[in-house]
Design a protein around this ligand. Sequence first.
Ligand code: SF4
Length: 329
Amino acid sequence: MNNQSITKEILNWYDNNKRILPWRKHLTKKQKQYFTLVSEIMLQQTQVKTVIPYFNNFIKKIPNLKILAKTNDRKLLKCWEGLGYYSRARNLKKTAKKIIKEFNGNLPNKIEELKLLPGIGEYTSTAIMAIAFNKQFIPLDGNVERILKRIFYLKNVKEISKDNLYKKKFFFGKSNRPSDYAQAIMEIGALICKPLNPLCYECPLRKSCLAYKKKDFTLTSKNKFNKIKYFEADIYKSKNKYLLIKNNKFNFLRNLLIFPMREIDQKQFKSSLNKRINIKMSNMDMKIAINKKNRKKYLSNSFLLDKDDIKKHILPSFTKKIFKSIIRY
Ligand code: SF4
């Protein structure tokens, strides 16, 4: 298949199968920009079906860029609670302030300018250029990566590197409907070229797909090469309350409430007799020894929370997972 017929097949498929999503409504230009910005930041590391209710609630409470720039942090984080990666919410507000101050309230339509906004990197800037401004960009999200890995049958570390996947995007060519085209490719990844059991018989890319020809759909994941890190978390409990501290020690989950913890080495982790849990972060696999202590400890910047407080406070799902594991034992 040549590029032109691939483009045509992909758009045909999209016109007949696209999902109705709240950020795909008919919108004014300004709304389209704001909705794309919010949804794309939310969609970083998070699936569409998880994002939808958060997006609807966010837009209801914070309907435009001007209001976002003035929203207090507590309200902002409450709207984000449960979505994880809270730095995204803080960056979104910083971005809104910057757009109002430096771009007269209009989302910039140049990729170099978008990349200068807080929290907007390579993926999000290309997604905004394509979706909000209808420019010829194909964002490389997890869905598009999966399609490329299968079409070109990419297996080893070098083949699945970002650099190589960027090169392979030439496969998609150009379209006269860039906004729809970018969304169509991501949508095929999400609905058809699924991680397990891809629906190849419905796929417009079948004729060009090496994985389909070889009937081997296994994927090599970057996470396979994730670093394993070891930690010990101290659980101080007093009168059914647990001590948490505001994290200013680790780069992940900065300024959020976590159990006091420190990094340890593999030997220390293996010799620990405490309960152990595993938590996968986007860039590392965390193995955590849970060190349960009954004496009270006062630490600066610390909070005592019971089970019911968990709902009221803005806690990262990382901390909630540790909570769940200790409440069970
Ligand atoms: S043919 Fe199958 S494996 Fe290949 S891109 Fe389509 S859904 Fe994915």
